[in-house]
Write a protein of this length. Structure first.
Length: 320
């Protein structure tokens, strides 16, 4: 490996079949954790994707793009299971609405033993990430033991709640599993919609996020509010808000949250995990928002590089 692996990611890789107004479905590479792996690597962070990919045409395309972006594959030999599919209908505001096809698929052909052993062999590892469809309670036996082992190993655990309630047969069990996962997290990313689905107490998204910070063991919570900005909350008491000052030419919001989280983690690693005060948090938030802003101006998930996000942030100061 020419670039030391600092982040390991486990979760879904799939094909987004994005519906146009005329009903045509356009296949795009996707999946929240897959997007995050690509976005981190594009920002110069050595990243490894832990789940298997299919030997079918879509699986080969997913693997090719990861390698093209510099992501390492923990399982380079493809599996016979098919690739996950998601049908994506965009709302009038460009927000994605998903329907998933995920039975007997490649990215779910995983075990906790493999995840643990793969991470044990990476001496440079600092962060592990999961979330989104990996928080399906039907897969908890794979992911929760792995997260616990990484917590015990001293790695920072990142959980992106990124709920998909429309495709979970039992919302109560789903919610309980997410709560169990976030209790292991050092960093939690949630949206205002996620907090509502999780039924976190509070009158506003900010109050809900503050409550989650109090009852969890997280060092940092990132609360995203779409076009209305984002908050970073730390266990040291820092609360930092940021929002773009310019109107963006939005193509769609696919991958925006993944690019935001990648920008946040990349900046955190470059800052050597410094979240001690408000200026440090503002630096993280500035880069995360810039990363998301660049993504939403592209069709599909096209994460920016570190330099691109830095240049955007310098040219378009955000409101704090």
């Amino acid at each position: 490996m020419t670039k030391p692996v600092r982040v390991a990611l486990a979760g879904e890789a799939l094909i987004d079949l994005i519906a146009s107004q005329n009903g045509k479905l356009t296949p795009c590479l996707g999946g929240a954790v897959y997007n995050l792996a690509r976005a981190l690597s594009r920002q110069g962070i050595g990243s490894i994707y832990l789940n298997p990919l299919s030997s079918d045409r879509f699986g080969r395309q997913l693997a090719h793009q990861l390698l093209e972006d510099g992501v390492y594959l923990a399982q380079p030999i493809p599996t016979q299971e098919v690739t996950s599919l998601a049908v994506v209908n965009l709302t009038d505001k460009g927000h994605p609405d998903y329907a998933f096809y995920r039975e007997g698929v490649a990215d779910r052909a995983i075990t906790s033993d493999f995840l643990v052993n793969a991470c044990r062999d990476i001496s440079s590892l600092e962060i592990v990430c999961t979330g989104a469809l990996a928080l399906d309670p039907r897969d908890k036996r794979h992911y929760l033991p792995w997260l616990k082992s990484q917590k015990d190993a001293g790695h920072w655990v990142v959980v992106d709640a990124n709920l998909r309630p429309s495709v979970m047969p039992d919302m109560t069990t789903y919610r309980d599993n997410i709560h169990e996962a976030v209790l292991l997290a050092d960093i939690i990313k949630v949206s205002d919609e996620d907090l509502a689905h999780l039924q976190i107490p509070g009158n506003t998204p900010l109050e809900c996020a503050q409550h989650l910070l109090q009852v969890s063991h997280a060092k940092l919570i990132a609360l995203t509010l779409g076009a209305n900005g984002a908050w970073l909350l730390t266990n040291a008491g820092t609360a930092c808000f940021g929002q773009e000052t310019v109107e963006l030419n939005i193509a769609d919001t696919v991958g925006a949250g993944d690019s935001f989280l990648a920008g946040l983690l990349a900046a955190l690693l470059y800052q050597k995990f410094d979240i001690a005060d408000a200026p440090a948090a503002q630096q993280l938030l500035r880069h995360a928002i810039a990363s998301a802003s660049l993504c939403v101006q592209e069709h599909g998930c096209v994460p920016p590089s570190w330099d691109q996000a830095q240049a955007w942030a310098a040219q378009h100061p955000i409101i704090f």
